[in-house]
Design a protein around this ligand. Structure first.
Ligand SMILES: C[S@@+](CC[C@H](N)C(=O)[O-])C[C@H]1O[C@@H](n2cnc3c(N)ncnc32)[C@H](O)[C@@H]1O
Length: 222
């Protein structure tokens, strides 16, 4: 997949896929968006100190990186499982400037690179409070034997990948969540809300990150 580097409005980088006319993050600010949707509306909202997170789309590793830093600062314990079918090459991830946007503590220098260099299909403890497991797979095909507190649903948009936002896929992620578990995503499209509700989620629109009016948080009923 051809990808080009773009600078978003908050100065942080993202990638653009010409063949899909799609960006990996909001052009209004990649770091800003990830903090708003996944850290604040996901991790902080859960209120838990021990968390199991499942991410659909590891991509640039930005959500994983910000979660690791958040866990480090707040003494959380996170098991982070993430799926990716089209991993970045070292040439691509070396260009991403997220460490300049994150007040990374000295003892975590090099951790962003380690997220990418970590082997697939294995548990790896990167810090005392952060365990990483990357699956190199299609996120429609994997079956989950474990349960999670939060799903970060961060696929390309339904306009370019409609099959990833289907009832069949959401059913799988609903099953993977504990009762009361949450799924957060940037997408508020009507068909996405309908599909989430149809499989049993309670869906709420929340204020979006700068430049986007809304985001979604879906909760699995207790
Ligand atoms: C919107 S990007 C966001 C990725 C990531 N969360 C980030 O912060 O960079 C969507 C990601 O989903 C991946 N992807 C697309 N289709 C996929 C599929 N069928 N299975 C697994 N990953 C897929 C893409 O390669 C891309 O990395």
């Amino acid at each position: 997949m051809e990808r080009t580097l773009i600078r978003t409005e908050d100065g942080s980088a993202t990638l653009y896929v010409p063949e899909l006319n799609e960006h990996y993050h909001s052009v209004h600010g990649a770091v800003q968006e990830s903090l708003h949707i996944f850290i604040r509306a996901g991790v902080e909202e859960s209120g838990k100190e021990e968390l199991r997170i499942l991410e659909a789309g590891f991509g640039t590793g930005l959500n994983a990186y910000l979660t690791l830093l958040h866990a480090h600062r707040n003494r959380l314990s996170v098991a982070y499982h993430t799926l990716e079918k089209y991993p970045l090459s070292p040439e691509e991830y070396h260009l991403l400037n997220y460490t300049e946007h994150s007040a990374e503590p000295e003892d975590l220098a090099g951790i962003f690179r380690q997220l990418h260099e970590s082997p697939w299909e294995t548990d790896l403890r990167l810090t005392p409070g952060f365990l990483l497991h990357k699956y190199r797979t299609d996120f429609r095909e994997i079956g989950f034997s474990e349960q999670f507190d939060i799903v970060f649903f961060d696929a390309f948009s339904p306009e370019v990948q409609p099959a990833l936002w289907s009832e069949a896929v959401f059913q799988k992620y609903l099953r993977a969540l504990v009762p009361g578990g949450i799924l957060v995503t940037y997408c508020v499209k009507g068909t996405v809300k309908q599909a989430l509700r149809k499989v049993g989620f309670t869906v709420k629109r929340l204020p979006g990150p700068p430049g986007k009016r809304e985001m979604l948080r879906a909760v699995k009923p207790v």
